[in-house]
Design a binder for this molecule. Structure first.
Ligand code: ZN
Length: 437
C-alpha cells in the first residue's frame, strides 16, 4: 500500500497525481502512472541526516560583471556562431533539437574538434568507441582536449562537472540520461524534466556552457515535456531533408542573441561543411527555360536565398482536383490558386496543381507567393518565364503584390547576382500587370 505522501508521475505526459489510477486522468494513456517518492525536504539528506542550510551566494553588480558568468566565446564554426549571436556563453544551456539521423552528433563532434576549451562529451546514447571513431573520421589529430564520458547517470555527470568546471559539456542525448531521484525510465517526460533540471542547475552554478541534444518526434516536437524548452537558455533546431544534403540550423529561442539567423551546412563525407553560397547548391542541376519553373528570392533569417519553385498543372481525373504542395503550406497553395482563378481567369478549376520547392527547402516566407503564382502560370501556359529572371513578393487577395521584409536587400542581392529581369513589388503593383509573353 502506497504511503499517503507518495506521488505518481505519468510516464507519458509527465503530470503528477496524488493517487494511482490505471488510466492517466490527463492524457488517458493506460498503465503509465509510476509511484515516486515525494520531493526531498531540503533540511534532510537522502539518508535522513539533518543538513545546515546556508544562505544563497550573492554578488554586488561589479563583482557579478567581473565574474566569468556571461563570458562568451566562439564555437570555431562561423555558421554556428551566426545563429548563436555572440557565440557560446559560460553558464548557458543550449538545447539542440532535430530528428534522429539529421546530423546533430556530427555537428557537435565538429564543434568539439574546433573548440579551444576542454570538452566533456557525455556518450549516453552511443558508447565512447562509436564517438571516438567519428572523431577519428573527422580529424586525424590526437584531440586530447576531448574527454568521452561513458555514463548515462546524471549524478556521475554532475560530479565530473564539479571536478573540472573549465569545460564545455555536451550531453548526447537528454532522452538517454537518468537521475536516481526519479524512478521512471530514461526518456519519460518526468525523467527528462528532472535530469534536465539537475544538469541546468549544475551548469549555472559552475559557469559551464552545456549543449543538450534532444530528439524530436514525428510531429516535429521535442520529445519530452514542453517545459524543457522553457528551462534552457537557447533552443537550436537542426533541420533538413534526409534525402537532401542541406541542413539548416535555426534558433527558436535565444536568451543571448537573435532568433532570426540561419546557419546553412551541407552534409558530405567529412561531416557538415559550412555553406557560404547556398543558392548555388539549391540550383544545382536546374533545367533552364522549362515551363513551370520559377526562381524566387526568399529570406532565411537576414540572408537572401535563391530557390527554385516548380509547378505542374495537369487535367484532373477527379471531381475535386488536387492541390499538392511540397516545401510550402497547402493552405497557401489553395489561396494562390484562388487568386489566380479570380484575377487572371486562369483555367485551373478542373486541373490538378502540384508545387514543389527544390532542394528540400521548407519555405515559410510569404515573399515566395509571387514565385509560386508565376510557376503555376508558366505551367498552365506551357511557356518558360523570361531567361535570367527572378521574383519575390507577397500576393494579396485583391491580386496586389505586396512588399515583404528586406525588399531592398533582396533587390540588391538579385542585381548583384546578375538577374536581368526582376519581378517584385517595386516593379509591379498587381499580378495582372505582369505580362508573360
Ligand atoms: Zn498522462
Amino acid at each position: 500500500m502506497a504511503k499517503s505522501n507518495s506521488i505518481f508521475f505519468c510516464n507519458s505526459c509527465g503530470n503528477e497525481f496524488a493517487k494511482w489510477a490505471g488510466q492517466c486522468p490527463a492524457c488517458h494513456e493506460w498503465n503509465t502512472l509510476v509511484e515516486t517518492a515525494p520531493y526531498l525536504k531540503t533540511t534532510k539528506t537522502k539518508t535522513g541526516q539533518k543538513v545546515t542550510l546556508k544562505p544563497a551566494e550573492s554578488f554586488s553588480v561589479k563583482a557579478a560583471l567581473s565574474s566569468q558568468t556571461g563570458y562568451t566565446f566562439s564555437t570555431g564554426i562561423s555558421e554556428f556562431d551566426r545563429v548563436l549571436g555572440p557565440g557560446l556563453t559560460k553558464g548557458g544551456v543550449y538545447l539542440l533539437a532535430g530528428q534522429p539521423g539529421i546530423g546533430k552528433s556530427t555537428l557537435l563532434t565538429q564543434l568539439a574538434l574546433n573548440s579551444k576549451i576542454n570538452i566533456v562529451y557525455v556518450c549516453s546514447e552511443e558508447n565512447p568507441a562509436q564517438v571516438a571513431s567519428r572523431i577519428k573520421r573527422l580529424s586525424s589529430k590526437e584531440n586530447s582536449h576531448i574527454r568521452l564520458l561513458n555514463t548515462s547517470t546524471v549524478e556521475n555527470i554532475l560530479e565530473t562537472i564539479k571536478s573540472d568546471p573549465n569545460c564545455l559539456v555536451i550531453i548526447d542525448s537528454i532522452q538517454s540520461v537518468s537521475t536516481a531521484v526519479n524512478p521512471t525510465t530514461p526518456g519519460s517526460p518526468s525523467q527528462i524534466r528532472d535530469s534536465a533540471s539537475y544538469l541546468i542547475q549544475s551548469a549555472k552554478e559552475n559557469s559551464v556552457p552545456m549543449i543538450i541534444v534532444g530528439h524530436v518526434t514525428k510531429d516535429g516536437d521535442i520529445a519530452g515535456p514542453k517545459m524543457l524548452e522553457h528551462m534552457v537558455d537557447t533552443v537550436l533546431e537542426l533541420s533538413g531533408d534526409r534525402q537532401h544534403l542541406l541542413r539548416l540550423l535555426r534558433s527558436v529561442k535565444n536568451r543571448f542573441g537573435p532568433t532570426d539567423e540561419t546557419g546553412i551546412f551541407r552534409m558530405n563525407s567529412n561531416g557538415l561543411e559550412e555553406v557560404k553560397d547556398p543558392g548555388s547548391i539549391l540550383l544545382e542541376g536546374r533545367v533552364k527555360n522549362a515551363p513551370g519553373s520559377c526562381l524566387t528570392m526568399i529570406m532565411e533569417g537576414t540572408r537572401p536565398l535563391t530557390v527554385e519553385i516548380q509547378a505542374l498543372v495537369v487535367a484532373s481525373p477527379l471531381p475535386i482536383p488536387r492541390r499538392i504542395a511540397k516545401g510550402i503550406s497547402g493552405n497557401r497553395l489553395q489561396l494562390i490558386c484562388a487568386i489566380l482563378t479570380k484575377h487572371l481567369n486562369l483555367p485551373i478549376a478542373t486541373k490538378d496543381v502540384f508545387v514543389n520547392v527544390t532542394g528540400g527547402m521548407d519555405v515559410k516566407d510569404p515573399g515566395a507567393d509571387l514565385g509560386i503564382a508565376l510557376a503555376i502560370v508558366s505551367s498552365v501556359k506551357d511557356k518558360p518565364l523570361p531567361e535570367n529572371s527572378i521574383c519575390f513578393g507577397e500576393l494579396g487577395l485583391l491580386g496586389e503584390i505586396r512588399k515583404v521584409g528586406f525588399t531592398d536587400k533582396m533587390l540588391k542581392e538579385a542585381k548583384a547576382l546578375g538577374y536581368s529581369e526582376i519581378f517584385s513589388p517595386l516593379s509591379h503593383t498587381s499580378i495582372r500587370s505582369i505580362k508573360l509573353g
